[in-house]
Design a protein. Sequence first.
Length: 104
Amino acid sequence: MFDKLLQVQQKAEEVKNRLNNVIVTGEAEGGKIKVSANGNKLITSIEIEPIFLSSADKEELEELLLVAVNKAIDQAENAHQSEMQAMSQDMLGGLGDLGNLFNK
């Protein structure tokens, strides 16, 4: 049982490391604002086109940043869920014959 727990912890750490390398991007205003995040839902960069920055007012910029951040986080969440689902299937893959346990 302890071995299984250790195995799950190791697998979770592998997934976390993989998700650090998954980069997703949320954009607003046709790509004038780009927010990148990794699969662990951490913002890794924010890019704003200088021309847009010089012409945008504070409220517009804040609103568009929120849009881009939320898009990036949504994409990161999707990547995270996919990885966790794959890990769960890997971990539970060996349990596929349990249905036969009660048929015998």
